[in-house]
Design a protein around this ligand. Structure first.
Ligand SMILES: Cc1cc2nc3c(=O)[nH]c(=O)nc-3n(C[C@H](O)[C@H](O)[C@H](O)COP(=O)(O)O)c2cc1C
Ligand SMILES: [Mn+2]
Length: 476
């Protein structure tokens, strides 16, 4: 079983695989962000481990791009490293589908308690937090983070990845979309004029980032999924201020409270779409009441840079699997593959391949994929293709779009759909409203399945024979 809790063990393994590059002497002002973005444009994307950061002690580190390649995602969860993208989605579905959540166990001590800062000693600027993009409104310490909150009525604990900006030594701001669970917890308490306790882990094993940024149902504790992944409960300590469960091996944890009525402008921030999409907004201030950190702590950085990006690599797998689950859960038969294309941040451009079984089947699959929980947020296009098309192969998908869709009849517009404030095409003031989206049937029309033109090119038998008989032609 993999260890899914200690970032340091993960780094050791990833270094052995040649997946990590060390960077010394970079400036937290723009350089670390720029290097991370440039590394994201390499194939495969390396992880960058920053040390000796300008103005900070040696050992105070930041790691980025931890989930930026199939091999690193496989390492994180103890999965095979040699699978195709579609097989990886299938494998993840199989694994995740068989899991029974394992709740954490509470322990008295752990590395995260090596340093406990309280009162006047609280200073979040002690860590080498990058200013990631040149036009960001501040330094974002929370990017690959998990924001831990408790439902004030029901008692369950949520962990979500939400961006966290430093205001000053003792306060930070958090920006959470209204529909996200952390926002619901906070809203419930503030509406009753009660303050809310929050714990934010900003450095941890990448498995926590994966689960904290996955759309689990309301009421599900994401940490239980990490327990399931490693086959045994994760260890948590009880936060000295918040009382919230905090992974004992976290690198850095900020504990604080949100007081009713206390807000401050947060943003702008270069976002996952590749734009500084929303203007600064008044968001809750988290007043820090304690900081816990390991000796020589490591921030887990996951800046949402323009795709190609880490966030769109690993989330292509997890989100494709979740949409596939939703389609089958809704009773859609014959689904052969789902792929959330990384260019759309693994949200905006999603492809479903089906074996068509009845009239309207393609439209059913497309509409459900574009509206189910995992596919709803920020989707723009959902393309439905036949099962002879590999949805992870962009060239094949575009070929199907060109040859099997008829714009007049194949495009279904959905108006008044959910809109997100980070949608670059929305109102300039980042205000609410609706979005439109399209489902495109790029499959053979159902009524023409029998007489649709035959595909040209060598048959599978002839193809196999040619590769065998004239092997030297294909050798590089
Ligand atoms: C790197 C990264 C940054 C994210 N930043 C935010 C954010 O600032 N605000 C937000 O609401 N969601 C953000 N998300 C998306 C949420 O983490 C995701 O939708 C998750 O499912 C939310 O958890 P919840 O369902 O428990 O609310 C981010 C995701 C990633 C991968
Ligand atoms: Mn949740």
């Amino acid at each position: 079983m993999p260890n899914c809790t200690d970032l340091r063990l993960w780094i050791e393994e990833a270094e052995k695989m040649g997946e990590v590059r060390r960077v010394e002497g970079a400036d937290w002002v723009h350089e670390m962000g720029a290097l991370t973005e440039l590394a994201s444009q390499m194939d495969p994307m390396p992880s960058l481990l920053f040390d000796k950061i300008k103005g900070y002690p040696e050992g105070y580190r930041v790691i980025t791009n931890t989930l930026a390649s199939v091999r690193k995602v496989a390492l994180t969860f103890g999965m095979p490293t040699d699978l195709s993208n579609l097989d990886f989605v299938k494998k993840w579905r199989e694994m995740a589908g068989s899991f029974k959540p394992i709740p954490p166990v509470v322990v008295k001590d752990g590395p995260v308690l090596e340093n406990v800062l309280e009162g006047k000693d609280i200073n979040v600027l002690k860590f080498p937090t990058p200013k990631w993009h040149e036009h960001d409104g501040g330094r974002y310490i929370g990017t690959g983070d998990m924001v831990i909150t408790r439902d004030p009525d029901e008692g369950w604990v949520n962990t979500g990845t939400y961006r966290v900006m430093i205001h000053d030594e003792q306060s930070v701001g958090v920006h959470i979309a209204l529909a996200h669970h952390g926002a619901m917890h906070i809203r419930k308490a503030l509406e009753r004029n009660e303050s809310v306790k929050v714990a934010i882990s900003v450095g941890h094993h990448p498995s926590f980032l994966t689960v904290a940024s996955m759309e689990f149902p309301y009421g599900y504790c994401e940490m239980d999924f990490v327990g399931a992944l490693q086959g045994e409960p994760i260890e948590v300590i009880k936060g000295p201020f918040s009382g919230l469960p905090i992974p004992a091996q976290s690198e850095i944890v900020l504990e604080g409270e949100i007081i009713p009525g206390s807000k401050k402008f947060e943003g702008p921030f270069g976002e996952w779409t590749g734009y500084y999409a929303s203007p600064p907004q008044a968001d809750p201030i988290i007043h820090l009441r304690s900081i816990l950190h390991r000796n020589d702590p490591i921030i887990l950085g996951a800046p949402p840079v323009r795709p190609p990006a880490e966030h769109s690599v690993y989330r292509a797998f997890t989100r494709s699997a979740r949409i596939w689950d939703a389609l089958e859960g809704a009773g859609v038969p014959g689904v052969k593959g789902v792929w959330c294309h990384p260019a759309g941040g693994s949200r905006m451009f999603n492809i479903v391949s089906i074996e068509q079984k009845f009239t309207g089947h393609a439209r059913q699959a497309g509409l459900i994929a574009s509206q189910c929980q995992a596919g709803l947020y920020a989707n723009r296009y959902t393309i439905v293709v036949d099962d002879d098309i590999d949805p992870t192969d962009t060239f094949q998908v575009i070929w199907a779009l060109c040859t099997r869709s008829n714009p007049e009849t194949s495009i279904q517009l959905i108006t008044r759909s959910m809109r997100t404030s980070d949608d670059p095409i929305g109102p300039a003031d980042g205000s609410g409203g609706f979005s439109s989206r399209a489902v495109i049937e790029a499959c053979k029309p159902f009524e023409r399945l029998k007489d649709f033109p035959r595909i040209s090119g060598p048959s599978p038998e002839l193809r196999a024979e040619m590769y065998k008989k004239f092997k030297h032609v294909f050798e590089s």
